[in-house]
Design a protein around this ligand. Structure first.
Ligand SMILES: *Cc1c(COP(=O)(O)O)cnc(C)c1O
Length: 370
């Protein structure tokens, strides 16, 4: 039997992509903010209801360069979550800034806003929260605290593309919201990313930073990177965008199938869709309470792996426990994040996943209950 991976990228119809490729062949503009870069950008501005969208090679560069664009003093503190993908923390550290880890709440695994204010010092410059699994952070409270202490808010919205909260698009929150269009995400442009924001001046900075800091034919104003989205990725994004609605509708059915199978099982905590959230159904995380369920997360992982079902321990370890940060942070100060990371398993979840496979995965999990 074939392995089932945690995710499987959505792809457009081959012919549809080829049509654009033909055009690219004729014009020979392969990259450097060409025609499809512009069309994709304009489509996203409309779809996401924001004034500015800057496209990048990937979500990580959107985050890293957004932080750089604010020009915070070296060593400034950025309050963030350790319960995330490596990218969030690395974006901070690679900018010579200091991550200050705030705990998460055990309901939706986003920042525990009741613990946030205590972490703010006179060196704090920004908050970098993550809408983890597509669960939306407490945006109102984060906004209130940011206003009170004059902090910037840069959302890692890598998991949240296509979502709406309280009728607003998720891209509208914070000073910047950054998306990832990596192949593994709900929506992909093969590799890609975007930063969304209102401030036009930030747009000028980001445009330069993704192109070596070049500000004119004979002038370079910043120490930039090369993070320009090429035409092939922009074209893929454009094609996949047309299927986004259908993909999310399919994901919803898979979500419901999982819920039918696993709801009410003692010792399992499932991920509920938040009130007022139009979800993109990005992930299906399950928290295993070994004391009640009888079997640990790691044992369930192994049982599934043995059957070719490759679930993932997203997010384990916490980024604050990465070897590259050895001795720098203390994950016991974020006890909820530490506990959840030891218990969470993210199950296979993608638009084309068969119901039969969902049922088989769930049956295996239930067979682990003692
Ligand atoms: C995927 C991801 C990123 C990075 O995106 P890339 O496009 O892979 O660079 C950042 N943060 C989170 C939470 C992610 O899941």
């Amino acid at each position: 039997m074939q392995n089932i991976f945690v995710t499987r990228p959505s792809i457009p119809e081959f012919d549809k992509y080829c049509e654009i490729l033909k055009d690219i062949w004729e014009t020979r503009q392969l990259t450097n903010m060409g025609k499809y870069h512009k069309i994709f950008q304009a489509k996203l501005i409309e779809l996401l209801n924001v004034s500015n969208v800057e496209l990048f090679t990937n979500g990580h560069m959107a985050l890293e360069l957004s932080l750089q664009a604010f020009n915070f003093p070296r060593g400034a503190e950025i309050i963030t979550t350790p319960f995330t993908f490596a990218s969030t923390t690395h974006a901070i550290v690679r900018n010579n800034l200091t991550p200050v880890f705030c705990d998460i709440n055990s309901e939706d695994y986003t920042l525990d806003v009741t613990k946030l204010e205590n972490l703010i010092t006179d060196r704090t410059c920004a908050i970098m929260p993550v809408h983890v699994y597509g669960n939306i952070c407490n945006v109102n409270e984060i906004n209130r605290l940011a206003k009170k202490y004059s902090l910037k808010v840069i959302y890692d919205a890598a998991h949240a593309f296509g979502e709406k909260f309280d009728g607003k698009n998720i891209a509208e929150f914070g000073d910047v919201s950054c998306f990832s269009f990596h192949a593994t995400k709900v929506f992909n442009s093969i590799e890609g990313g975007a930063a969304c924001f209102e401030d036009r001046n930030l747009g000028i900075k980001l445009y330069q930073l993704k192109n070596f800091g070049i500000s004119g034919p004979e002038s370079v104003d910043g120490v930039g990177a090369n993070a320009k989205m090429n035409e092939f990725c922009a074209a893929m994004g454009l094609c996949n965008l047309e299927n986004l609605g259908e993909d999310i509708a399919k994901r919803k059915l898979i979500y419901e199938r999982y819920m039918e199978n696993l709801s009410g099982v003692e010792g399992l905590k499932l991920n509920f869709i938040q009130k007022n959230l139009e979800s993109n159904y990005a992930y299906f995380p399950v928290i295993f309470n070994e004391k009640i369920f009888g079997t640990s997360r790691n044992e369930v992982f192994a049982v599934l792996e043995n059957e070719g079902i490759l679930a993932r321990k997203y997010f384990y370890p916490l980024t604050s426990d990465f070897k590259c940060f050895h001795g720098k942070f203390d994950s016991s100060k974020t006890p909820t994040a530490l506990r959840i990371s030891k218990r969470v398993l993210t199950l296979p979840f993608y638009a084309d996943l068969d119901f039969e496979d969902v049922d088989r995965i769930c049956k295996l999990i239930l067979s682990c209950k003692k």
